[in-house]
Design a protein around this ligand. Structure first.
Ligand code: NIG
Ligand code: FE
Length: 422
C-alpha cells in the first residue's frame, strides 16, 4: 500500500507575511514586513518545511508527492496569534465590579471591600473541575476561531493547594481537548486568600512546599507568576517563593507595575521571562526593562476594562525593548477577551506600526513564553497560521478585530474554517 506523503502544499496567498526576518526587539517599520505576493507554504507534518513563491514550491511539492490545497479565493497568510497572558479558566462573572468601577470606585477599593479577585476565587471554588474544563474549552475555542493558536492560561482563582491543583488540572484536561496549545501557569501568588489566617510569607512558603513540587510531578505547569502590587504581594515577600520556584526549574513571570511601579524591578532581578501590565511604568522602569532580557507584555484589555492608561508601548520599543501584547482575559479587569481588537486599539493609541502590533501577538509573544518553536512562518517552526480574507494585510488591523480569519491552521491541520466544516 502506498504510504501517504507527510508533505502538504497550500497557496497561493495574495500576501504571505512570514515575519521571518523581523527583529526580536526595538521598533519595526512596516517596510520591513515585505509581504511575499503569490506565496505558499509547504508543510511537513506539524511543521513548516518551506515558505516561498507558490510556483517554485509547486515544483518541489511534485517531487515530494505532496498533497496540494490550491486556493482560488484571495487570502493573506500570517502566523497564528499567541496570547501570552490570560486567566480564562474561571467560573462566574464580575459584572457587578464593572458597574461599581464605572460608578466611581477603583479596582483596589473594590478588592479591599471583598470584591475583586476574591469574588472570582469564591465563584471558581464552587465550580467542579469538570465545569472548569468545559468553561476553559469554550473560551479557548472562541479564541481559536479568532486566530489564537497558542494560549497561556493562569490559575490564581483557587488560592489553596487543593483548589490551585483543581484549576491547573482543569487547564491541562481542557488542553487535551482543544486544537490550540494551552500553556498552564501557576498564579497561586495572585493575592492572599481571605480565609488564610497566617501571614503572606507563611502562605507563600506553604505553596512553595506543598504545591510547586506536585505541579512538576503531574506536568501541570512549568511557569510561576506573581501579582506584585499593593494589596497583593511585595517584592520582599515574593523573593523566597521565586527563589524556590527557580530552584525547582520553573520559568518566572510577573504581574508588574499595574498601579504602582515596583514589580518590574523584581522581574529583572529574578530573570523573569516577562513583566506584564506596566501601565504605571515610568522612565526608570522603561530603561531598566530595555536593558534586560525581560519581555514587556502590554495588556490593553485591562486598560479597556478598567478605564486606565495603556502601557507605554511606544516608549518601551523606542528604548529598545521587545513588546508582546496579550489579552489578560479574566472576569475582573479584562472581560472582553478579544486579542486582535485590543492589539489593534493599542496600536492606534500608542502609535505602533502594523509590524510592531503583529510582532507583538506572534513571535514576540512566543518569546514572552519561551517558545522558540512558533510565531514565524519559517522552516522547522510549527505550521500554525491564519488565512484572512482579502488582498492586503492592512485590512486586518484596520478593521480592529472585526475581520475574522477565514481559516485557522494549527500544527499543520485546518482546525477552523468559516466557509466549510474543518
Ligand atoms: O492581570 N492584576 C491582577 N490580576 C488580573 C486581574 C484578575 C482579576 O481581577 O480577577 C490582571 O488584571
Ligand atoms: Fe493578568
Amino acid at each position: 500500500m502506498p504510504t501517504e506523503s507527510p508533505f502538504l502544499l497550500i497557496g497561493p496567498f495574495r500576501q504571505l507575511l512570514s515575519l521571518a526576518d523581523l527583529p526580536d526587539r526595538g521598533p519595526i517599520s512596516d517596510g520591513a514586513l515585505r509581504p511575499l505576493p503569490e506565496g505558499g507554504l509547504l508543510l511537513r507534518g506539524e511543521q513548516i518545511y518551506r515558505a516561498g513563491p507558490f510556483g517554485e514550491l509547486m515544483k518541489e511539492a511534485r517531487a515530494l508527492a505532496a498533497s496540494v490545497v490550491e486556493l482560488t479565493d484571495d487570502f493573506v497568510a500570517l502566523p497564528g496569534w499567541v496570547d501570552a497572558h490570560t486567566h480564562l479558566c474561571f467560573a462566574g462573572s464580575r459584572a457587578r465590579d464593572y458597574a461599581l468601577r464605572n460608578a466611581g470606585q477603583t479596582y483596589l477599593e473594590i478588592a479591599q471591600a471583598g470584591g475583586g479577585i476574591w469574588d472570582s476565587v469564591q465563584q471558581t471554588r464552587q465550580a467542579t473541575q469538570q465545569e472548569l474544563v468545559e468553561l476553559t474549552i469554550q473560551r479557548a475555542n472562541r479564541h481559536l476561531r479568532n486566530g489564537v493558536t497558542t494560549i497561556e492560561v493562569k490559575s490564581g482563582y483557587g488560592l489553596s493547594v487543593a483548589e490551585e491543583l483543581k484549576q491547573l488540572r482543569a487547564i491541562k484536561a481542557a488542553g487535551q481537548q482543544v486544537a490550540a496549545d494551552l500553556i498552564g501557569t501557576c498564579l497561586a501568588a495572585h493575592t492572599l486568600p481571605r480565609d488564610y489566617s497566617g501571614t503572606p510569607e507563611a502562605y507563600l512558603a506553604e505553596m512553595a512546599e506543598l504545591l510547586l513540587p506536585v505541579l512538576r510531578e503531574e506536568g501541570l505547569a512549568h511557569r510561576v507568576d506573581a501579582f506584585l502590587e499593593q494589596g497583593a504581594f511585595s517584592a520582599e515577600q515574593i523573593a523566597p517563593y521565586f527563589a524556590e520556584a527557580h530552584r525547582l526549574g520553573f520559568q518566572l513571570t510577573v504581574h508588574a507595575d499595574q498601579f504602582h511601579p515596583f514589580g518590574s524591578r523584581a522581574a529583572v532581578a529574578f530573570g523573569a521571562l516577562s513583566a506584564d501590565h506596566l501601565e504605571a511604568s515610568g522612565p526608570a522602569e522603561i530603561q531598566m526593562l530595555a536593558r534586560s532580557s525581560v519581555v514587556p507584555v502590554a495588556l490593553p484589555g485591562a486598560s479597556l476594562g478598567l478605564g486606565c492608561a495603556f502601557a507605554p508601548a511606544r516608549r518601551l520599543l523606542d528604548a529598545g525593548a521587545s513588546l508582546a501584547i496579550a489579552s489578560d482575559w479574566n472576569p475582573g479587569s479584562a472581560p472582553m477577551g478579544d486579542l486582535l481588537a485590543q492589539a489593534a486599539i493599542l496600536g492606534t493609541f500608542e502609535k505602533l506600526t502594523a509590524a510592531e502590533v503583529l510582532a507583538g501577538i506572534t513571535y514576540r509573544a512566543a518569546g514572552a513564553l519561551g517558545c522558540a518553536d512558533r510565531g514565524r512562518l519559517q522552516p522547522g517552526l510549527l505550521a500554525d497560521f491564519l488565512l484572512f480574507p482579502g488582498r492586503s494585510y492592512q485590512e486586518i488591523l484596520y478593521q480592529q478585530g472585526q475581520l475574522k480569519p477565514a481559516q485557522v491552521w494549527k500544527r499543520g491541520k485546518c482546525v477552523h474554517s468559516s466557509t466549510r466544516p474543518a
